[in-house]
Design a protein around this ligand. Sequence first.
Ligand SMILES: Cc1cc2nc3c(=O)[nH]c(=O)nc-3n(C[C@H](O)[C@H](O)[C@H](O)COP(=O)(O)OP(=O)(O)OC[C@H]3O[C@@H](n4cnc5c(N)ncnc54)[C@H](O)[C@@H]3O)c2cc1C
Length: 410
Amino acid sequence: MDSCTDKEEKPAKFVWVNGPIIVGAGPSGLAASACLSEHGVPSVILERSNCIASLWQQKTYDRLKLHLPKQFCVLPLLGFPEHFPKYPTKDQFISYLESYAAHFSIQPRFNQSVQSAEFDSSCGFWKVRTQDLEYISRWFIVATGENAEPVIPEIAGIGRFHGPIVHTSAYKSGSDFAGQRVLVVGCGNSGMEVSLDLSRHGAVPHMVVRNTVHVLPREMFGFSTFGIVMELLKWFPLRLVDKLLLLVANLTIGNTGQLGIHRPKTGPIELKNFTGKTPVLDVGALSQIKSGKIKVMEGVKEITRNGAKFMNGQEKQFDSIVLATGYKSNVPTWLKGSDFFTKDGMPKTPFPNGWKGQNGLYTVGFTRRGLLGTASDAIKLAKDIADQWRTDQDCRTYSNIVLVKNCTKK
Ligand SMILES: Cc1cc2nc3c(=O)[nH]c(=O)nc-3n(C[C@H](O)[C@H](O)[C@H](O)COP(=O)(O)OP(=O)(O)OC[C@H]3O[C@@H](n4cnc5c(N)ncnc54)[C@H](O)[C@@H]3O)c2cc1C
């Protein structure tokens, strides 16, 4: 441990972490740390930004509420305050996460962007490098999320456009676009909600629907659609549940194909489970589409200086473009020497078994099942590490971080 194997200039210091290193202080990293501390296992969280839950604090729009009812978004060991509504606002969710971190005395190391992490088989430890330190531990937990980086699509001509182009991660409110004609590229939950927000602020959104998508009502018969699905899946096969869902959806919100939003052939839950493509839960955009306040457009052929040409030959002028084109994992850019993840940065082993890799590697929050999946992973990995922790007396002979020493480069 005393010699430094680094060949590059940085980092100049080692930090020995006596407990797992967790990368990411979003809900998943916090849940993992809380569950570990419940078992008496200390951990260190490395977070690239300057706050917890940076996705929620810095990259989401003002009108965002949890898409799912709060009982499906709660982290392990500490519930939401009782007065929270069924669908907490983003500010309420952030305040919950802040109380959660305070309750479990979680103090991430901020401004620590993990640039590489690799298992060193010669010594049996993970070496996790940030811009200024190298952290070393037996266990390494990846909690950087499925939404670590925005996806920016390549669209012909986009460099020519005269106006602002923003990804939804930088979009805050439709008030910034009042009176404008806005091209919204993407029709997932974010594309629909941003279009709704724009139309409520007096903009004229044109939402591009290039692919098929399932739109479902957020609630059916007064109950959350997600909750109904969870119950039905306990009793019925997945495909039957999908059929029931689509039957009710067609009865309540009508045939979305007539609005230009065509359904995939595969049912919504089957599609979600096998491809990760989330159905859109409608929170009001459909009625705006029906009333013509949100225009639905076919795929974009090219962006022009003043607007866009569409696949159907139409050409329209726009003042701004919002890219509601989603996010991706960033794990492949920094995790070295492991074949646990796909090239898209998701565990190759699907839920519920994608939480544990080899040599002390764990993941939390890569289940395509939102915060429910996070809770499931965090509980399992904490127990697994705690079992090793208890049987390994050596682990407990150090305090949490015991060594910060200068490294002599070879
Ligand atoms: C608009 C929106 C609405 C959503 N609504 C819901 C909902 O209602 N219910 C639900 O269950 N899910 C929802 N989700 C999914 C949501 O992303 C997750 O449920 C939740 O945020 C996942 O938490 P996480 O900790 O896994 O990832 P994140 O919240 O993305 O946190 C990951 C953290 O890792 C940090 N990080 C990344 N790379 C590095 C690095 N190299 N070094 C150091 N730190 C790094 C990031 O800065 C970030 O703080 C929503 C997502 C979006 C985008």
